[in-house]
Each structure stands twice: as structure tokens, then as C-alpha cells.
Design a protein around this ligand. Structure first.
Ligand code: ADE
Ligand code: ZN
Length: 328
């Protein structure tokens, strides 16, 4: 069956990573930016492995130069999300790419993104919240500036703080100051952990950054005691199965641990990460999960209710989302 119209909650989506390749090519054309090496002959994004993916991601992002570009991006991304049944999404947005971590410039980008999101909500009924995101391989000092941008703009739209980038660089603890700053500002916290860095990275994320959600987090399957801790503490995993398979964390969807994690009692949710990079959509993720594990409507409703509960938003918004999920 097609899962396209099933209402969905997506908690782990990189704003630039969701940019359709044609959108990036169009901006490159308008701005006369040379993006050779970024695309395959068939027009899709070209990368060999995770580290190369990050550099291609940053090259593609380099065409997004103004608040207006981010407004256009937001519209394109939310149209695609809504077309796949997503009713609520959280996206990672980086002051590193939006104004070079200057607070005033960041506010202008944010204003443009928020305006586009408000219009998308009116047009398609999709709600977006923003997670301000530092980039791990840019280091701890830049993360502090990013956290200050986050703290300054915490509100109805910016509700979370997170970290993406190369999990093999630095430790989670390098970013403790940034996370303390974001927490004190009232932001909810997540970080990429246990995508590449194994159980130790997850342990550091919980101990040093005190996050309530883990980006990916799937490698917790390798450590039974840590998995029990994740269950006991009610930590939610933002699992992106298609991303994990394309980047080679697991060889196939059948080998992916999402079912084993869920069966063990871990709170798992499903997201796309960077959908066009990984040739996926939320619909496609559900199709893959149905095929690999036999999951059906009841499973997806349950997963989405877990996601709604773990969403970085106010209670009224959660209640509204849950009602739409339960109406299926
Ligand atoms: N940035 C965009 N996608 C990412 C991923 N899968 N892991 C870490 N950082 C990212
Ligand atoms: Zn991610």
C-alpha cells in the first residue's frame, strides 16, 4: 500500500539537506556559482562516503546566500514534506550557514524562514519548528557563537538546539558550554550520536550534554547496559533508516536495528535526515519498513505518537498533532 497520505511526524531533517538538487542547481545558475563535482550525470547529489557527503553538502549549501534564498528553500522543503503526509516537522537550521553566526544577520534569516513556514502552514497544514544546530567539525568555539544565536532567538519557532557534522571529530563534551547555554535559555536538546561514534559517543551525549533525544542513536544496540539506560531515561531516538543504509552504517534495511530497538522498548521515531541525498522521502521510509519488518498502520501510528510526545513544541501543538494522528 502507499503510505503517502498517512499523517507523519518528522523530527530529524536538515534544512539544507532537504534541498532538491534542481533547486540548488537553479540557485547556482542564478548566482553563477560553479558546482562541478556536486552532482552525478543524472542530476542527483554525488558522494562516496560520509565525510565526502559532508563536503558535498557544504558545497551545495554555498549557493544559499541570502534570507530570501532560505525562504525559497523553506517553501520547497515544506511542500515536499506535506506531499508525503508530514503534518509536523522539525528541521536543523545552522547560523553557520545563515549569517555566519552573527546574531543580527541570523535574525534576518530566521524571519524569512519563519514567514515561509507560516505560509506553508496556511497552504498545506504543516507545522514547522526549528532546531538551531552547530556543526561538530567546526569546533567548540563556533558552537558557542551558535548557541548564543539560539539563546537570543528561542521562542515559538526556535524550540531546540542540536549538533550535526562529523561525529568522529572532537568529543561531545567539547560542546558542553554551548549546550549549557542553550539549556539555560530554555531550549530542548538533541545531538547526532551513535550514527558513527558508537556507544561511547551516546554515553558522552547523555552525560556531558544531557540531551533528551539522540540524532540516530542506533549504535546503542551494541551496548546492552547503555540501551537499558536509554530505555529507563526515556531518551527518544531520531532514527533515519534510509540514510543509514545509503551512508553504509548498515548494509541493508533488513540489517537495520530499528525493529530490534523498538522491540526492546527503546522509543524510536522515523525521519529522512537529508532526503534527496539519500533518494528517500517519508513515504519511501515507511514502504521500506513495511517491506523489511511487516509494519503496518498500527505500527506507524504508534511510532508517530512517540514522535509527537518527543517533539520540541508546546503541549497545545502536541495535542493537535496527536488528534490528527489518532483520526486515522
Ligand atoms: N548533516 C547532515 N546530515 C548529517 C548526518 N547524517 N550526520 C551528521 N551530520 C549531518
Ligand atoms: Zn542528521
Amino acid at each position: 500500500m502507499s503510505w503517502k497520505d498517512t499523517p507523519k511526524v518528522e523530527l530529524h531533517l536538515h534544512h539544507e539537506g532537504a534541498a532538491p538538487p534542481a533547486f540548488i542547481r537553479q540557485l547556482a545558475h542564478e548566482k553563477k556559482v560553479d558546482l562541478s563535482g556536486v552532482f552525478n550525470d543524472d542530476g542527483s547529489y554525488a558522494f562516496r562516503d560520509f565525510v565526502h557527503f559532508l563536503s558535498v553538502y557544504e558545497a551545495a549549501t554555498s549557493v544559499l546566500k541570502t534570507p530570501e534564498d532560505y525562504a525559497r528553500l523553506t517553501t520547497a522543503v515544506l511542500e515536499e514534506c506535506a506531499a508525503n503526509g508530514v503534518i509536523y516537522a522539525e528541521s536543523f537550521i545552522s547560523p553557520d550557514f545563515c549569517g555566519g553566526r552573527d546574531v543580527e544577520a541570523w535574525k534576518e534569516y530566521l524571519h524569512a524562514i519563519q514567514e515561509a513556514a507560516t505560509k506553508a502552514e496556511a497552504d498545506h497544514g504543516i507545522v514547522l519548528k526549528g532546531i538551531v544546530t552547530c556543526i561538530r567539525h567546526f569546533g567548540g568555539e563556533w558552537a558557542k557563537e551558535t548557541a548564543l544565536c539560539a539563546a537570543e532567538t528561542k521562542g515559538d519557532f526556535i524550540t531546540g538546539f542540536g549538533m550535526g557534522g562529523d561525529e568522529n571529530q572532537f568529543t561531545q563534551g567539547t560542546f558542553k558550554w554551548a549546550y549549557d547555554c542553550a539549556r539555560e535559555a530554555g531550549l530542548q536538546l538533541t545531538t547526532h550520536a551513535g550514527e558513527w561514534g558508537g556507544p561511547e559517543s551516546i554515553r558522552q551525549a547523555l552525560d556531558d550534554l544531557k540531551v533528551e533525544r539522540l540524532g540516530h542513536g542506533v549504535q546503542v544496540i551494541e551496548d546492552a547496559a547503555l540501551m537499558q539506560r536509554v530505555i529507563d531515561e526515556g531518551v527518544t531516538l531520531e532514527v533515519c533508516p534510509g540514510s543509514n543504509v545509503v551512508l553504509g552504517v548498515y548494509p541493508s534495511i533488513d540489517a537495520h536495528p530499528i525493529k530490534r530497538l523498538r522491540d526492546a522498548g527503546v522509543k524510536v521515531t522515523v525521519s529522512t535526515d537529508d532526503p534527496p541525498f539519500f533518494h528517500t522521502t517519508m513515504t519511501r521510509e515507511y514502504e521500506m519498513l513495511e517491506q523489511a519488518f511487516g509494519w503496518g498502520q498500527d505500527d506507524f501510528t504508534a511510532l508517530n505518537l512517540v514522535a509527537a510526545e518527543a517533539a520540541f513544541c508546546d503541549t497545545a501543538t502536541k495535542t493537535k498533532i496527536k488528534k490528527r494522528l489518532e483520526a486515522v
